[in-house]
Design a protein around this ligand. Structure first.
Ligand SMILES: COc1nc2nc(N)nc(N)c2nc1C
Length: 308
């Protein structure tokens, strides 16, 4: 039985990674369900073999009394905003003044969700927390374990903290509100509120039923010192098995950044999730360090906000 588990669990993890993290299924749903049922059967016959990070251990049984408080190792910051082209140009001027003309901008979609911190020790998920007030958040590990695009075990046994955005896809939001309407319950105003309400629910079975998803955009440290830019950082985050947003691009000219912003302002309704803007970051870590932070936000990044 142990031998079979030792090949079955990695196989199920691989297919789950392809389906939930890469959005690129490697087997049919039926074939996956068959593997999963075999795992459940073996674990029910040999419960002593059940590992805490087994794919079957995502949804805890009991309802929580409340959420523990968590102090973040480093503050979860916010972003300075720009609402028009002039304010974006002003950001570029500040950047050039600080680090000179040789600068590249890493552009990312700003997902309209909830900021979260994920901690992995030796590749295993040990803690998930909300941003809270930036210093103190809430421990939502039980709920996060029920979000299938978030791996319980990474591809490599790294010890890191990853930060990103948990969100509810538009389709999940629409069908959730449809179900609530049929049940005579109040509706969620938007996908962000639906995601927040789901993460605040004390019963992980509720989270498991609602298809939340996630995009990670930073780590607190990178084991391979080959990571010296945001572009390389996201590549590393992909390689360890965490989900990142693929619409990212690097530009050297602000004119191209502006085109990128205009493109997504025009096409945001075609995306399967809601965005509220674009985040523009100085790409090189050495230049980020040279610019530093205000009390609240990095000086080397700006959020260009779309009109609501
Ligand atoms: C570096 O700090 C940040 N980076 C971010 N990146 C993206 N894509 N989206 C965010 N919401 C975000 N927020 C913060 C504080």
């Amino acid at each position: 039985a142990k031998d079979r588990l030792d090949e079955l669990i990695p196989e199920i993890r691989h297919h789950s990674h392809q389906y939930y993290v890469e959005d690129n299924p490697s087997i049919t749903d039926e074939a996956y369900d068959q593997l999963y049922r075999e795992l459940v059967t073996i674990e029910s016959e040999f419960p002593e073999l059940i590992a805490p990070d087994s794919p079957t251990q995502r949804v805890g049984g009991d309802v929580l009394e409340g959420f523990e408080k968590v102090a973040h190792d480093s503050p979860m910051l916010s972003l300075g905003n720009a609402f028009n082209k002039a304010e974006l140009e002003a950001f570029a001027t500040r950047v050039k003044k600080e680090v000179g003309d040789q600068v590249h901008y890493h552009c990312e979609l700003k997902i309209d969700g909830l900021a979260v911190s994920l901690k992995y020790e030796n590749g295993r998920l040990t803690q998930a927390a909300t941003r809270g007030d930036g210093r103190i958040g809430e421990d939502i590990t039980a709920n996060v374990r029920a979000i299938r695009p978030i791996p319980l075990k990474l591809k490599t046994p790294v010890t890191i903290e990853a930060r990103g955005e948990i969100y509810m896809p538009k389709e999940s939001f629409l069908s959730l509100n449809q179900a609530r309407e049929e049940e005579g319950k109040n509706l969620f105003a938007n996908p962000r509120n639906a995601a927040a309400g789901t993460l605040r629910n004390l019963d992980p079975k509720v989270t498991a039923r609602r298809q939340l998803n996630i995009f990670l955009y930073s780590l607190n440290q990178y084991e391979e010192q080959t990571v010296s830019s945001q572009a390389e950082a996201l590549q590393f985050i992909d390689e360890i098995g965490l989900r990142t947003n693929k619409e990212r691009q690097v530009f050297s000219e602000m004119a191209d950044v502006w085109d990128y912003i205009q493109y997504y302002q025009t096409h945001r309704s075609d995306l399967p999730y809601e965005i509220d803007g674009i985040v523009i970051k100085v790409n090189q870590f050495s230049q980020q360090e040279a610019m530093g932070y205000t009390v609240k936000a990095p000086k080397w990044a700006i959020a260009f906000k779309f009109p609501a």
